[in-house]
Write a protein that binds this ligand. Structure first.
Ligand SMILES: [Zn+2]
Length: 445
């Protein structure tokens, strides 16, 4: 007996060395080997031949607001992880805010883990939160297995998760640097936001003017200064302003430990096409102009932007009022990130290898998930099987997240996720999730 339980065969297996015809053998939920396409198959193993569908490493989405417990009418672990599985995501890391309690103490983390355990259709980990008054909680949270700490430099949108001013940012970062943890940052400068025109209403141009690029650029400058001074590890969340790319690139050249992510909506949607009053497109920082988007793609190409993750941040429909100033800010895209990004990537001449790097390998590396993020021996047998040339039109009724609102409704996208595999078991088939089999992950697992 070979002990191999599954053999996956495709003419397009996306490996760290490129995409090629191959068979992937799985034993005990782990990739045992990636063999030539015509290799002799181990006896007794189940063969899954997916033909010319591409096999990517399961996506790792490090930016998801699950909101459970406390705001489960917005989203919950059951619905979010079903949407993830249907969309080719095999690991998600939950943001520390919008749930009640927020993940800001070890006890709160225990509450969150207990709620997630039975509902997880994909593997789930947790970010902790850095608040003005919880600095002494950071090390215990780190020891309890959170992947790092999120903070805001401007108001978060929920009262229980206040932002850090410059002094409190220094205090948090000083503490996090003591154990070489990671601070992930919503980088918009509150002073620049206050100084911007706040007109309110349904006009997208007014909303865009209220969250200027300079707010992001200034906050990122502050962050770089602090990271340099304290030799701390920092990550810029949901980068929208392309003006900040040279700042980040220059800091890295100097050895500052800074990484950055952008999101499917910044890379596929433009300010020019957002209808007035269409607050399903509202997020902070905002979707900007087409020229800004071109520059973000250049940032992906040259490696200044490491990761592409969803920032799935849903709410109930009632909170998506037609006024951009008061509507809840957040775009729901968990199930659609892969086809959305692939549609634009292929149009721009990029490959599935690039997409796998941005949406799986790099986010896994950010979180230190050494068993995730690549199709190679010794990693978890997590796969997203994609029909890259098939198209579909986004129908909100086919989405599994709790409130079926999405900025992508009615769009025709390339790339149908035909199956998702987690540790060698199929967890979704043509958009239909199987029973939950996800695990809770801790840092350094
Ligand atoms: Zn977010």
């Amino acid at each position: 007996m070979s002990g191999v339980e599954l053999v996956l065969r495709s003419t397009r297996v996306v490996t760290p060395d490129g995409t090629r015809p191959a068979v992937v053998t799985v034993r005990g939920g782990t990739i045992e080997a990636v063999l030539p396409y015509d290799a002799e198959l181990p006896a007794g193993a189940r063969l899954e031949d997916v033909g010319d569908h591409a096999v990517l490493p399961g996506l790792v989405d490090t930016h998801v607001h699950v909101n459970d417990p406390g705001r489960t009418e917005w989203e919950g672990f059951w619905t979010a992880t079903r949407a993830a599985a249907a969309g080719g995501i095999t690991t998600l890391i939950d943001m520390p805010l919008n749930s009640l309690p927020p993940t800001t103490t070890v006890n709160h983390l225990r509450v969150k883990r207990a709620v997630a355990r039975e509902k997880a259709h994909v593997d789930v980990g947790f970010w902790g939160g850095a608040l003005p008054d919880n600095t002494e909680e950071l090390r215990p949270l780190h020891d309890a297995g959170v992947f790092g700490f999120k903070c805001f430099l401007s108001p978060s949108g929920v009262d229980e998760f206040p932002q850090l001013d410059r002094e409190r940012l220094t205090a948090a970062l000083t503490e996090i640097a003591r154990f070489d943890g990671l601070l992930i940052v919503h980088a918009e400068d509150p002073g620049r936001l206050d100084a911007a025109p706040q007109r309110g209403g349904g006009a997208y141009a007014d909303f865009l003017a209220s969250r200027p690029r300079e707010a992001e650029n200034a906050a990122i400058r502050t962050l770089i200064d602090q990271a340099r001074r304290l030799d701390a590890r920092v990550h810029v969340l949901h980068l929208s302003s392309s003006d900040a790319l040279p700042l980040i690139a220059e800091a890295r050249r100097e050895g500052v430990r800074i990484t950055a992510e952008s999101c499917p909506h910044f890379l596929t949607l433009t300010a020019e096409e957002v209808p007035d009053g269409a607050t399903e497109f509202k997020c902070c920082p905002p979707i900007r102009e087409a020229a800004n988007q071109d520059a973000l793609w250049q940032g992906l190409t040259d490696g200044t932007i490491d990761c592409v993750v969803s920032d799935h941040s849903p709410s109930t429909p009632e909170l998506k009022t037609p006024d951009f100033a008061t509507a809840w800010g957040g775009i729901s895209s968990l199930q659609l990130g892969l086809p959305a990004v692939w549609t634009e990537a292929r149009r721009r001449g990029r490959t599935l290898d690039d997409v796998a790097r941005w949406m799986s390998t790099a986010p896994a590396a950010l979180a230190g998930l050494t068993r995730k993020g690549a199709i190679e021996a010794g990693r978890d047998a997590d796969f997203a099987v994609l029909a890259p040339d098939e198209t579909f039109t986004v129908d909100p009724a086919a989405l599994h997240h709790r409130n079926r609102i999405t900025a992508y409704a009615g769009r025709t996208l390339h790339g149908v996720v035909t199956a998702t595999w987690l540790r060698g078991s199929r967890i979704a088939d043509r958009g239909t999730p199987a029973a939950p089999s996800g695990r809770l992950l801790e840092r350094n697992q």
